[in-house]
Design a protein around this ligand. Structure first.
Ligand code: SAH
Length: 248
């Protein structure tokens, strides 16, 4: 007798829903999420889907109604609690749209707690479409089976970021002009951290001075080559996750 097949099936579609999930309380799914379930994943009544709400955790739910434009699912069993999220903030200067999209998606997969877009003097972009950013982050979280969504903050100017920065964490400043080797700096295993990465044109001298003058800033080097902003953000986040995050 083979092992009983895993339930829910690993292929079960996974969605973040806007309402808090409770056992036996049906969840209505509509709009693009319903389209994805009904048309793309061809989900029907009786099928199992996986729902997360970024609050209680991850649930197996059974589709109890499958209409043309929406469907209803009843949470059957909680599978996992909402994950413990490594307390890492990625403060990344806005980049050109598709490159910042990559930062949003990869930072979500890597497990960050918060993405803080920063506006610096050499930023090409000066605003972020928050709805679009939320969709990218949510889809990345669904794909990598996170049970928590990273927070996406509204973009702030560098000066405001430095002025209002909370005292609970260091600001690891990825400085292409040099700093401590990142692996060494991250090995302090502090439970919280923030990483600050510049835009395509880098930080200007006044910005670099202001960042270095901040009592919580720690300049770090990401090696001898000049990385693109998205590469620096993704690589340094991965390194931190390996050293001090939840990869160990
Ligand atoms: N245009 C600038 C580089 C900007 S790279 C120049 O040519 O000098 C974009 C951002 O990635 C930088 O602001 C920095 O935050 C980060 N970065 C790139 N390479 C890095 C390195 N070797 N060490 C630390 N940070 C780096």
């Amino acid at each position: 007798m083979g092992a009983t097949p895993a339930w829910p099936p690993r292929s079960a579609p996974r969605l973040f829903v806007g309402q808090e999930i409770a056992q036996g309380v049906p969840v209505t799914i509509e709009g693009t999420q319903a389209h994805y379930l009904l048309r793309v994943m061809r989900v029907g009544e009786g099928d199992t889907i996986i729902l997360c709400d970024n609050v209680t955790g991850e649930w197996a739910a059974r589709v109890i109604e499958a209409g043309k434009r929406n469907c209803m699912a009843e949470p059957v069993e909680k599978l996992r609690e909402r994950e413990e999220v490594p307390d890492f903030w990625l403060c990344a200067a806005l980049l050109k749209k598709d490159r910042f999209d990559m930062v949003l998606e990869k930072a979500t997969e890597l497990g960050v707690a918060r993405i803080q877009p920063v506006i610096t003097r050499r930023c090409v972009a000066d605003k972020l479409n928050m709805d679009r950013a939320t969709t990218i982050v949510t889809e990345a979280a669904e794909q990598c089976a996170r049970t928590a969504l990273p927070e996406i903050a509204e973009p702030v100017k560098l000066e405001a970021l430095l002025r209002d920065f909370p005292e609970d964490r260091l600001i690891f400043f990825a400085d292409e002009m040099g700093g401590d080797p990142a692996a060494k700096a991250f090995a302090e295993h502090l439970p919280t951290a923030a990483l600050l990465v510049g835009p395509e044109g880098g930080f200007d001298d006044a910005e670099r001075e202001a960042i270095r003058d901040h009592v919580q800033s720690r300049p770090i080097s990401l090696g001898p080559r000049i990385l693109r902003g998205e590469t620096a953000a993704i690589a340094a986040t991965a390194l931190w996750m390996g050293q001090a995050g939840d990869w160990s």
